[in-house]
Design a protein around this ligand. Structure first.
Ligand code: ZN
Length: 329
């Protein structure tokens, strides 16, 4: 049996038994956390399995931690949105001079594909910035035509312009972050979170059925020194300011290791409702907000018993966590 197949089997069993805790009439089935479709164990066996491993942080960003989703959700949402994160990284790598971006050199006679390199440490908007241009392919007919046109032009001069495509779509990127964070909650808290009433709103944003512009306020950026010192990604609770208490998932940021993205997710019950609207209100009102974030280690102790978050076996851990940090403040 392949390594992935073994991993899928193991996760299927884990999630199926976790699901039975919340839905006792369902046994040995997997519920996709995004589209809420149910799958039998058979869905693991066919040639192209209906249930697939989904990376929580995209593989292209070095993510190793996996959970399960149905194939359709993984293909439609996972791949499409996660490419935005890869492209964002490409842009920052370009800024630092360690990668190129694709561009087009345009003139009256046509367009030639080129690469642009940023070769100085300064911000590329500064006066000292240098941009180096590489031809993509010297055999390219458009390049050869450009050289011919240049040779036959008056004074050997042609006026050109350079354009690049917008590398990523910010809205898609943000949904990708919410998607990653939601999968992380599934991986750590199981169906307790996925089936909670406030998780529905998150699912609707991910599936594009709810156009919640305010949700964008749900991605915060912190210096790595300002967040709990656990290896990324990890989950936690934002406990201050009091009115925006919420769960969060800390995700790596592409630019350097010095900043962390904190993706806010609704908590349980009334407290968790309309969290994105409240975040927006607090952001408008306060110029400087002082946040207090607690993190949850992978291994923790409740009443003297050691638990590990990775197995989703314990029921009620999410509520325990929420009550401990929020309801009792
Ligand atoms: Zn699905």
């Amino acid at each position: 049996m392949g390594k992935n197949r073994t991993k899928r089997d193991r996760l299927f069993s884990l999630y199926a038994s976790n699901l039975s805790i919340y839905c006792p009439h369902i046994t040995d089935q997997f519920l996709c956390p995004i589209c809420l479709r149910l799958f039998d164990r058979d869905a693991l066996i066919c040639e192209s399995p209906e249930i697939t491993l989904a990376h929580i942080v995209p593989h292209s960003m070095g993510g190793h931690l996996c959970t399960l989703t149905c194939r359709k959700c993984n293909n439609d949402i996972g791949f499409d949105y996660d490419s935005q994160i890869k492209n964002e990284k490409n842009l920052y790598d370009w800024e630092k001079g360690i990668d190129k971006v694709c561009a087009s050199l345009n003139y009256d006679g046509g367009n030639v594909p080129v690469y642009l390199w940023h070769t100085t440490k300064d911000n590329y908007f500064s006066e000292n910035s240098n941009i180096k241009l590489d031809w993509v392919n010297l055999r390219e007919p458009s390049y050869q035509k450009f050289i011919r046109d240049l040779r036959t032009s008056e004074n050997n001069a042609i006026q050109v312009s350079i354009t690049t495509k917008r590398l990523y779509d910010r809205k898609k990127l943000e949904i990708s972050l919410l998607h990653s964070a939601f999968l992380m909650m599934f991986s750590q808290l199981g169906y307790e979170y996925i089936l909670s009433s406030n998780a529905d709103g998150v699912r609707r944003i991910i599936l594009g059925r709810k156009n919640s512009e305010n949700w964008r306020e749900g991605v915060l950026y912190f210096p790595i020194t300002a967040v709990p010192n656990y290896s990324l990604p990890f989950i936690g609770v934002l406990i201050e300011p009091r009115e925006i208490c919420s769960f969060y998932v800390a995700l790596p940021f592409t630019r350097t290791d010095k900043r962390v993205r904190i993706v806010i997710l609704p908590g349980f019950d009334e407290e968790g409702k309309n969290i994105y609207d409240r975040l927006l209100e607090v952001g408008k009102r306060e110029s400087k907000i002082s946040y207090k974030l607690v993190g949850v280690p992978n291994i923790f102790r409740i009443d003297g018993v050691i638990h590990s978050l990775d197995n989703s076996k314990h029921a009620g851990f999410g509520k325990w966590l929420w009550t401990r940090y929020v309801a009792e403040i």
